[in-house]
Design a binder for this molecule. Structure first.
Ligand SMILES: Nc1ncnc2c1ncn2[C@@H]1O[C@H](COP(=O)(O)OP(=O)(O)OP(=O)(O)O)[C@@H](O)[C@H]1O
Length: 369
């Protein structure tokens, strides 16, 4: 599956774009602030119904406009074409359509166009709070397991209800109602825990393989799933911590406290990793995500590489280039501020069907040399 045509109107600084894309490699070169990330973000939006960088939809509409539009035409292995369309107007519900039919629930679209984006913002996976790492697990698992996403929605709703009850004075708390929400938290939380555990068990060897390839086995890394549910079942944990939770007014146990421990040479990478090592770590996680999705969905996700070569030494750049040009990877979009890494990539690729574009002040032009 690949994105054949992309149309954009008023997406951030991209006022009007029409692109016919290469099924393999598309490179975008431009100075800082020209619109390269915005372009990749638009492609991301068509897969996830939301921006990778802006949590609020109104922020993605061009400052001087009231609406924006994205349209992608995707070609599938049987040569069928699927058209995905999105229109966002200020202060209105966004429209998201596939083949002109509007989705009832945006969650039905997630996973239809699998996509992995790697960008400098992924450093948050390492230096950010545990919510970043939980979001990573949730995002990967949701792309191949719809039930997981629905469990997560139900878990969060039940958790919210329990927290509302806990905010009451102790004597006003309805214990029967608390019990009902705890049962739902237990059922959904246990399922989510089992799925996260199974996912991480399969994910770790893939991640290690990528890290060793890129770093040429220069350092050892490990990932470890941390969950209170490894020690005790959730129902028991909720009961045991009720008193404390009543005093605090929120739920202190559950899968919303899970984390991923990330070690570099047996020490937390957050505290010891260099910028290049951090980057190698999150790039390996994202490439492992790609591989994992390919294995589970049997579809090659689109791969978006936003300015990822900065801060990496030349051997690591070379290994990443070698890796992504392997057959396992399908359509690739890559942005950079200079042509050095891209030229290296183009030298190595046996594919002649790459497209090279320049990005300047929101305008994108194909370079034909
Ligand atoms: N809603 C918006 N309307 C208009 N322009 C916007 C909007 N949001 C962001 N921009 C503009 O988009 C530009 C940033 O684009 P982008 O992040 O794609 O740059 P880039 O080419 O990836 O740069 P870098 O190499 O520095 O990462 C900025 O000039 C910013 O002002």
């Amino acid at each position: 599956m690949f994105l054949r045509q992309l149309s954009i109107i008023n997406y951030k600084n991209l006022s009007q774009i029409e692109l016919d894309l290469s099924p393999k490699l598309n490179c975008f070169i431009g100075n800082n602030g020209m619109g390269k990330t915005n372009l990749l973000d638009a492609i991301y939006y068509l897969s996830f119904c939301k921006s990778h960088t802006n949590p609020v939809d109104s922020q993605i509409i061009c400052h001087h406009s009231d609406f924006c539009m994205l349209q992608g035409k995707y070609e599938f292995p049987d040569h069928s074409i699927e058209e995905v369309y999105c229109a966002i107007r200020r202060r209105q519900k966004k429209q998201f359509k596939r083949n002109k039919k509007e989705y009832e629930r945006l969650s039905d679209h997630i996973g239809f166009i699998p996509l992995v984006m790697i960008s400098p913002a992924d450093n948050e996976l390492i230096i950010g709070g545990s919510d970043e790492r939980r979001r990573f697990m949730d995002m990967v698992i949701s792309q191949f397991d719809k039930n997981y996403m629905h469990s997560l929605i139900r878990y969060n709703r039940a958790l919210q209800q329990r927290n509302i009850i806990l905010k009451n004075e102790e004597e006003n708390i309805d214990l029967n109602l608390l019990e009902i929400w705890e049962e739902q938290i237990t059922d959904e939380g246990t399922l989510i825990f089992e799925k996260r555990k199974a996912f991480i068990d399969r994910f770790i060897p893939i991640f290690n393989r990528f890290y060793n390839l890129i770093s040429r086995s220069n350092e050892t890394v490990s990932l470890n799933y941390i969950s209170q549910l490894k020690e005790s079942d959730l129902h028991h944990l909720l009961k045991r911590n009720r008193k404390k939770d009543m005093m605090l007014g929120f739920t202190t146990v559950g899968i919303h406290k899970d984390d991923l421990e990330m070690l570099l040479n047996d020490f937390p990478i957050k505290k010891t990793g260099s910028q290049g090592q951090n980057k190698t770590f999150f790039v390996s996680m994202k490439l492992a995500q790609f591989h994992f999705l390919l294995e589970t969905t049997k579809t090659k996700p689109l791969l978006l590489l936003d300015d990822i070569f900065d801060r990496l030494d030349s051997s690591r750049v070379e290994e990443i280039i070698k890796l992504v040009l392997e057959n396992e990877f399908g359509q690739i979009f890559i942005s950079d501020t200079n042509r050095k890494s891209l030229d290296k990539m183009l030298e190595k690729t046996a594919h002649t069907d790459y497209h090279l574009y320049s990005v300047k002040n929101g305008y994108i032009n194909r370079i034909t040399d």
